[in-house]
Design a protein around this ligand. Sequence first.
Ligand code: ZN
Ligand code: ZN
Length: 619
Amino acid sequence: MMATRIHSTSLRSLRQAMKKEITPASPAGLHAYVIPTGDRHQNEYLADCDQHRQFISGFTGSCGTAVVTDKKALLWTDGRYFTQALQELDEHHWQLMKLGLPDTPTIESYLSKELPTNSSIGLDPSTMSIDAYNDLVKGVQDSGHEVVCCDVNPVNTVWGKDRPALECQPIVPLEVCYTGEVCHKKVSAVREKLIDMQCDALAVTALDDIAWLFNLRGSDIEYNPVFFSYAFVSRDKLVLFVDESQLTPAARSHLSEETKSELDVKDYGQFHVYLKAYVDANPSCRILVSNRSSQDVANTVPKKNSVVGSSPIPLMKSVKNTVELKGIREASIRDSAALCKYFCWLEKEVKSNRNVTELSAAEQLLMFRKNVDKFMGPSFETISGSGPNGAVIHYRVTPETSRPITKEEMYLCDSGGQYKDGTTDVTRTMHFGEATPHEKECYTRVLKGHIKLASTTFPEKCRGALLDTLARTALWEVGLDFNHGTGHGVGAYLNVHEGPQAISPRATKDAGLQAGMLVTDEPGYYEAESFGIRIENVCVVVKKDTRFMFNDRDYLTLRPMTLVPYETDLMLTYLLTADEIEYINTYHWECQQQVIPLLNEKDDTDTIRWLLHKTKVIG
Ligand code: ZN
Ligand code: ZN
């Protein structure tokens, strides 16, 4: 009730603020205001102070756009969040627009139809990416509507003193023994790319790009070891924009060493001022602005000086060097040992009918990870889903939703850790009693897709959309499928979701896969209100020797980093080919070879026994 009152008051205040937004482009104030889920850096996870959409609507999901007009307040979100949105939105004031359903108009077509012609639609350009902004402008232009970029976000005016402050946690160096390449080498490589692209400078706005470039890590955003900052790289200048109080003495001396004292540190708030001054001083300069930056950056650099396109950093960052790969391998083995310990513990608890819930299990998993060397925190919120909760793809366990884990239901666990030497992301699906034949068939088909993708040979720069098909064919054969991409890139002690590569039906224009990239292999199958299955490993893309080399291209394959056994009890072996059985046996042998020595060090005989049992040769 309390929340409802706050949200209806906020809505009224927002409408008043919209009326007062009188500019040459909006002489009668704003007729609509668009509040996307986004911040100045287009982060996947938002800091509290950037939760504008959540503040105004009350909807806490990670995805959605709110639109407020004179009379209406609407929220667009996708199928993952329909139930949650209906629970959280105040039905007297808010209307849910179900994204992806045939009858749901897009935001653009809704605004085109609902508003009188030549209306003014406001938004905070720092909350929307350049691509999304251009789509919005194009989508409403036929109706004569004007998209107005507000200098001050009216939602912040309403939020006022209650708006949380910007996070400013300490920034620490990541040593070259983890990164494998010092900052000034990375900067030189970026400069070479700028020359190739005939650009003079690059405006860096993505926080993981900046953390990678300077070999620094922070904790301003939950799960992502990044810090609020901007950077500017020109042919002769290197500037980091950051709240200087966040830089620890170690970070300062690291920066002067790794940049050969070339670096200029300026305040976080000075980025836009600096860009403007740079353009004024270099009137014919060409500045590369990533199309994934926020629109406010595009507004700052005049059109004649800006080249909007792909920043070279995501691709450079995605191809891991040998030091990073060694670290990721070691982190994956340690993490796999912790997961084996967890599943061994869980199986024992459930089989002896002790009371264990999705929530208490997730807490225990975190305890096990906390004992792992170099552990810095989880890499995302653990998905711990029993029975029907496993079918909710982005399930978030709460005290209200937490189900007991029992011998009667499938259990899906997707989790990961941040370690100083690597980031992990792994999903396993288990059944601690006797699964139904249907559940087993679905598990086996998901596993067949997982193996098919992992063992395929493909030419370098092969697009992710082509490979995505391989993970689905065993499901398609019987008329099943899953509604998410098959894989994403993973950072090196950075964000668990990283581009530019992806294995997904949508990855038709990406740069393709290259040796040294990390990618997850995570097909699934979800039966609503019943059970969910996902099997996920992080893999590294490696070269493969082939008899021929068509067009002199290298050929590639995947090698798993994750080493946690599959569930042989859930496999219908008659559905598996001899090659698939060999793949499973080889993988399980590798799990034993790599993980048992770590368990031995800790005299963990229980887990060793469990692992040996789970990895028994099948066939
Ligand atoms: Zn995962
Ligand atoms: Zn994943």
